[in-house]
Design a protein around this ligand. Sequence first.
Ligand SMILES: [Zn+2]
Length: 126
Amino acid sequence: MPLRAILDNQELFAPFISDKEWEELKQKKVRVILPCCEAKGYLRISKQGIKHFVHKKKDGCNYKSETWQHLLCKTEIAIACKAMGYEVKTEARGVHWRADVLATKHIKNQLVKLTFEVQWSPQTLE
Ligand SMILES: [Zn+2]
């Protein structure tokens, strides 16, 4: 479930939208486009209270559904990176890579790029 969408031609990230703004966007019924496939979407809040975007129809999109834990991890990473002064993009893609969260910042004239890929699966201690 993406955290990033295009709302009325503006790229927005669900974790950075206040509760008040979120409600206003829902009321206004803004046009939501999901960047993964450019399909129409809508705003939703999970049972755990995590804001995100959802496909209206998932025809032809290979965006895999995510657990709420995965969604929560992406949200928390994005919020933490933004608080540290990074520019944040979720569900970022390049030619041969993708990241759940991409955080960039100039530090002493050097561009620092941090990528995060969340894996949520059971593992043993070993
Ligand atoms: Zn899609």
